[in-house]
Design a protein around this ligand. Structure first.
Ligand SMILES: Cc1ncc(COP(=O)(O)O)c(C=O)c1O
Ligand SMILES: [Zn+2]
Length: 398
């Protein structure tokens, strides 16, 4: 087993608090089977805001002292260091004070999934994995294929038939093994589960199985805070499927607060499609748990997650941050993505367009307004799904 850095002091269960020894091959709580999260001893960290300020923001690995793996051991193709783009015109249109888009489309495979897969493959390498595997809606599979190629390990990707052409094609291009499963994400998940049960030597890099995807994604918040000169925005609106990025960023908020690097904390808002809105439904019902959506149907593949395993943790983050959850329909989501492309020159993934339509709804409901500084997380680039964006134009006769 690879060496564990001094700062990586254990793994903790976010549900029941159980703590276990730090390692790269323990993933679930022995008491309640919840996915564990790495615990860092922030007292041994020498990194300072000043050190960061005098280095280029070129990779998420510049925060390695706040990660459980050293940059020297990273499987990296240049992930992170994405721009935070000011969008004053969009802020005016939407009716908020300041609006920023954290543009994750600048990552090597075009989405924020690279942050999670970079850390997950780095951890898999620490346990000498020869094969990693996952089911995904598409983007995580694409990222795993790229990072697996970089790490020199075999990658098995299970995607639903409705996954995008580019995602499927790029899994092949990176030399990974692709299984296309009829149906939707839960069907791909079932095929993956059957395959991994039959191959105990495969290491799972799936959402629910590795603590290191969430951990990698917390660097999105580190960058947002740094790009705002160590200030937290008032609100972060996030396109929520499994909630990996949301939970990761919430952990990032907690750690920067502990370090005293930020003074305030953001309200988190989950944005979903009305075609699949388990988090919004539970939030509105005041429920502590998610009820699975029986017939999910949205063109936004990344957020078509009918039964997010981490649902109750997501709800906790939304409620404890005084945030919220809102669903808008696919037509409004696609129109929002198009309007950002037209007015701001930013091509965001259709799925990420939901942050814009959600913000409009939040303003209408009086939850956000002209006093708020808001960050929308554009989790991916529209270039991977130009066909969907173009056909929305066609549906308007353009
Ligand atoms: C572009 C895009 N945005 C958002 C999501 C949802 O991410 P999370 O699991 O962090 O909620 C995905 C997941 O596939 C995605 O591909
Ligand atoms: Zn537990």
């Amino acid at each position: 087993m690879g060496a564990v850095p001094e700062r990586f002091v254990g793994l903790r269960c976010p549900a029941c608090g159980e703590a276990v020894e730090a390692s790269f091959d323990t993933s679930h709580c022995p008491a309640c089977a919840t996915l564990l999260e790495p615990q860092l001893d922030l007292d041994v960290i020498e990194l300072t805001r000043h050190t960061l300020e005098i280095t280029a923001m070129d990779s998420m690995w510049r925060y390695d002292e706040l990660l459980p793996i050293d940059a020297a051991d990273a499987i990296s193709v240049g992930e992170g260091g994405t721009p935070l783009l000011a969008c004053p015109e969009l802020a005016r249109d939407l009716g908020v004070g300041d609006l920023w888009i954290k543009f994750e489309g600048s990552n090597p495979t075009g989405t924020f999934k690279d942050r999670g897969q970079s850390l997950a493959l780095s951890a898999a390498t620490k346990v000498q994995a020869e094969t990693v595997a996952l089911a995904s809606a598409g983007n995580a599979g694409h990222a795993a294929a790229a990072y697996g190629a970089r790490a020199g390990v075999d990658v098995r990707v299970f995607l639903p038939a409705r996954s995008g052409f580019t995602q499927k094609a790029m899994v092949n291009v990176h030399g990974a093994d692709l299984t296309v499963v009829q149906g939707r994400l839960p069907d791909a998940g079932a095929a993956f589960r059957e395959a991994i049960d039959a191959h105990p030597d495969w290491v799972s890099v799936a959402t629910d199985d590795t603590p290191f995807r969430r951990e990698g994604k917390k660097t999105m918040f580190f960058e947002i805070a740094e790009q705002l000169d160590w200030r937290s925005p008032d609100a972060i609106v996030y396109p929520t499927g499994g909630g990996v990025g949301l939970l990761g960023m919430a952990k990032g908020v907690h750690e920067l607060s502990e370090l005293g690097w930020i003074e305030s904390t953001p309200r988190f808002f989950a944005a979903q499609s009305t075609g699949c809105s388990p988090v919004v439904d539970a939030f509105e019902a005041g429920s502590a748990d998610i009820h699975p959506v029986e017939q999910p149907d949205t063109i936004c593949g990344g957020i078509e997650v009918p039964d997010p395993t981490a649902g109750s943790l997501i709800l906790d983050v939304l409620r404890s941050s005084d945030g919220g959850a809102v669903a808008t329909d696919d037509d409004a989501i696609l129109d929002a993505a198009l309007s950002v492309a037209e007015t701001e020159g930013i091509a965001m993934a259709p799925t990420a367009g939901v942050t814009v339509s959600a913000t409009a709804s939040l303003v209408e409901a009086g939850q956000l307004g002209v006093d708020d500084e808001v960050v929308l997380v554009a989790t991916g680039t529209g270039l991977k799904e130009a066909d969907i964006l173009r056909s929305q134009l066609m549906s308007k006769g353009v």
